[in-house]
Design a protein around this ligand. Structure first.
Ligand SMILES: Cc1ncc(COP(=O)(O)O)c(C=O)c1O
Length: 371
């Protein structure tokens, strides 16, 4: 058996998305900015895609800016809104590197930044954000759903606090489609095509009308002068179709997987709040087991999962999210993320359970830490 349980890393492209994209890639090569018929054909498809995305985000087409993905959308939101070095920026300890690594750069150019911590539940406290605001705060950035542990963040509550304080709010909603309702009342919002069964290399920054956004790359006047560069029409078409096809995931398979593992494997724990969680994610730690080794063991058995660690410059760093939750580096390194998608089946889940039970047993026998 071969099965994929890493949908928070990326999702398979839906057949309907491929079907919509192939004729565009093959036949619609015009530059959407050209005034001749070839260009206009591309422009029409691009604007139709924009309308589809806008409808998914419950907003107007002119607020949709196509980007190369979630990373660029986050960068554009932060660098595009923060101006003078005095502008204070607030974000949280569990954001994706596409926000947290921007912070390093913001600090380097003189911005003050507050990183709000989280408790063991992995959910940001509204009052902590309220307390972090200053008269100079210009922007707050908060993710909707954490990519590692799946915790759902109080985006609209914090958006209300921001509105009352006259502060702009950005939401990294890359992991939200199909997990939670897309009803975020924020000024800026990021999406990524490849997390919702769409193509890679295309995303969106939704910019609410009236929000002053300075472009971060320079070139032509594309995307209403917010993001220059010849548009990726096929990518936009794919993203538009993917948005239309999003359906809410159910938690039953995740619950089946999690309760079987918690029941059959000793010293196995859920990371983050089990209730306020996206329905497709289970992040578990298996005491005495190295997460990376378990990922490899499961891969050999045909199951794709992810560890809670990120490889950087050859060394395996424990996940910053799990460390933010208060876990020790050792515990954080024993975590595995299972992220399910619409196509997973009961048989795959049951096969995965057997594979995890067997692999954990075997790895623990080899682990001096567990003995
Ligand atoms: C929460 C979150 N934000 C941003 C990104 C980056 O998106 P992209 O891969 O489209 O650049 C990801 C992807 O892992 C993510 O999970």
């Amino acid at each position: 058996m071969r099965a994929y349980f890493d949908h928070n890393a990326t999702t398979p492209v839906a057949a309907s998305v491929v079907e919509a994209m192939v004729p565009v890639l093959g036949g619609v090569f015009g530059n959407a900015s050209s005034i001749h018929g070839y260009g206009q054909e591309a422009r029409q498809l691009l604007e139709e895609a924009r309308r589809r995305v806008a409808s998914f985000l419950r907003t107007k087409a002119e607020e949709v800016v196509f980007t190369s993905g979630g990373t660029e959308a986050n960068n554009l939101a932060l660098f595009g809104v923060l101006r003078g070095p005095k502008d204070h920026f607030v974000t949280t300890a569990i954001e994706h590197p596409a926000v947290l690594n921007v912070v390093e750069e913001l600090r380097a150019i003189g911005h003050e930044v507050t990183i709000v911590p989280v408790g063991g539940d992995g959910v940001v406290d509204v009052d902590d954000v309220r307390r972090a605001l200053r008269p100079t705060t210009r922007l707050v950035s908060l993710m909707a759903v954490n990519n590692e542990i799946g915790t759902v963040q109080p985006v609209n509550e914090i958006a209300k606090v921001c509105r009352e304080a006259g502060v702009l709010m950005h939401c990294d909603a890359v992991q939200a489609p199909g997990r939670v309702a897309m009803d975020f009342d924020v000024d800026l919002l990021s999406l990524s095509g490849h997390k919702l069964n769409g193509p890679k290399g295309v995303g969106v920054l939704r910019v609410r009308k009236g929000v002053p956004l300075r472009k971060r790359t320079y070139g032509g006047h594309h995307e209403r002068d917010r993001r220059p560069g010849t548009e990726n029409v096929a990518g936009a078409v794919g993203l538009g179709v993917a948005c239309e096809k999003v359906t809410m995931m159910q938690g039953d398979l995740r619950d089946r997987l999690e309760s079987a593992l918690l029941g059959r494997v000793a010293d196995c724990y859920v990371n983050g709040d089990a209730a306020r969680r996206a329905p497709n994610v289970s992040n578990l730690r298996f005491l005495g087991v190295e997460g990376e080794s378990l990922v490899i063991a499961l891969d050999l058995k045909g199951f794709a999962v992810s560890s809670g660690s990120a490889c950087s410059s050859g060394s395996v760093e424990p996940s910053h999210v799990l460390i933010a939750l208060g876990l020790s580096a050792l515990d954080a390194r024993s975590a595995i993320r299972f992220s399910l998608g619409a196509s997973n089946t009961v048989e795959e889940v049951d096969g995965l359970v057997e594979a995890v039970v067997e692999s954990v047993q075997r790895l623990r026998k080899l682990s001096p830490a567990y003995a």
